[in-house]
Design a protein around this ligand. Structure first.
Ligand code: NAP
Length: 327
């Protein structure tokens, strides 16, 4: 199966439309992590043809970037590294800080941890309401001119913030939450991205594992796992979302001979100029990744999927719980 690719302005390699998300590899907010498994997953993803790796300094407070740096020794140029900027942390609490001074420090820290002299895609992690968009955008533009970064992206921005930001630098990508269950961008960011030729890096395409299809009502999450904070994984909603996943799985198998996981990824890929940021942390989690390629959901499929959601999820809720504090 040929892997589907997309072009990101500023990056000369075609980029795989499934990317490896490495938040969980940092361990923090994911109940810990196993560095050896993470390294094997990174190498396995590259061997599968998944060349885009998404990370951030805050994922494990540097650990995720360090693991990527080590895993990419000798093969760095075959990968496309997307990391982020604009979150600082103290005592394990991330806070937004997208000042020019902070960005200048962060890029050097990321380059060192990633063991590279350039970052393919550098994204502002969250908009910082205390800093003018112009200051943040111009800081990134300077880094682009210096060759430290190849392309600029933002994450968790509104369309008004995108408008203002892109007046000061050429924006290539946006990174919002997006999956079958979390579609806030349909009314705003997605049409904006299409109008302005931005690529959408969709985070949480499996809705933090729900759409992988192997959770059940007794599933529990260890330690500081983010899903313990997520209202989707608590009564009364957990049962509703599990019922939706079960019905989607039946539909995917009967109509397409696919798993719900493949259907969830295909759904994201069929919505436009998207990349699905798949958060895998063990090599076996990527098994069958290519089942998402080479087919499409029809308009009838999309209607049927919406009917399944309407009949199972009575109390839908988005990923708002994830927003970090302002300073
Ligand atoms: P996700 O990809 O929807 O879900 C990831 C989780 O799904 C994994 O940690 C794993 O949980 C489970 N999973 C993955 N493959 C599986 C499989 N084959 N079978 C069973 N379970 C499987 O969500 P995400 O990790 O939150 O998001 C993906 C990436 O998007 C992140 O890694 C990060 O790069 C990015 N992101 C960005 C932002 C932002 O603000 N910009 C926010 C969130 C995420 P277990 O390992 O526990 O089984």
């Amino acid at each position: 199966m040929r892997i589907e690719t997309i072009r990101i302005s500023g990056i000369d390699k075609p980029v795989s439309r499934i990317a490896l998300g490495t938040w969980a590899m940092g361990g923090h907010l994911w109940g810990g992590a196993d560095d050896e498994q993470s390294t094997r997953t990174l190498r396995h993803a590259l061997n599968c043809g998944i060349n885009l790796i998404d990370t951030a300094p805050v994922y494990g407070f540097g650990l995720s970037e360090e693991l990527i740096g080590k895993a990419l020794r000798g093969v760095r140029h075959s990968a496309v590294i997307a990391t982020k900027t604009g979150l600082q942390w103290e005592d394990g609490t991330p806070r937004r800080n997208a000042t020019a001074e902070r960005i200048r420090k962060e890029v050097e820290d990321s380059l060192r941890r990633l063991e590279t002299d350039y970052i393919d895609l550098y994204q502002v992690h969250w908009p910082d309401p205390l800093v003018a968009q112009q200051e943040t955008a111009e800081a990134l533009e300077r880094l682009r001119r210096e060759g430290k970064i190849l392309a600029v992206g933002v994450s968790n921005y509104s369309s008004a913030q995108l408008d203002e930001f892109s007046r000061h630098t050429a924006l290539a990508t946006v990174q919002p939450p997006y999956n079958v269950f979390e579609r806030a961008i349909d009314s705003d960011i997605l049409p904006y991205a299409k109008r302005h030729s931005l690529v959408v890096l969709a985070y949480g395409p499996l809705c933090r594992g729900l759409l992988a299809g192997n959770m059940h009502s007794a599933t529990r999450f260890a330690g500081d796992d983010v899903r313990n904070l997520d209202p989707k994984f608590r009564a009364p909603r957990f049962e509703q979302y599990l019922a939706a996943v079960a019905a989607l799985d039946v539909y995917a198998r009967e109509c397409h001979g696919k798993s719900v996981l493949a259907l969830a990824l295909r759904w994201v890929l069929d919505q436009g100029p998207t990349i699905a940021l798949w958060g895998a942390r063990r090599p076996e989690q990527l098994k069958g990744f290519d089942e998402a390629f080479g087919w499409h959901l029809s308009a009838d499929d999309l209607t049927h999927i919406d009917r399944i959601l309407a009949s199972t999820i009575k109390d839908p809720i988005g990923p708002e719980f994830m927003a970090p504090a302002k300073r």
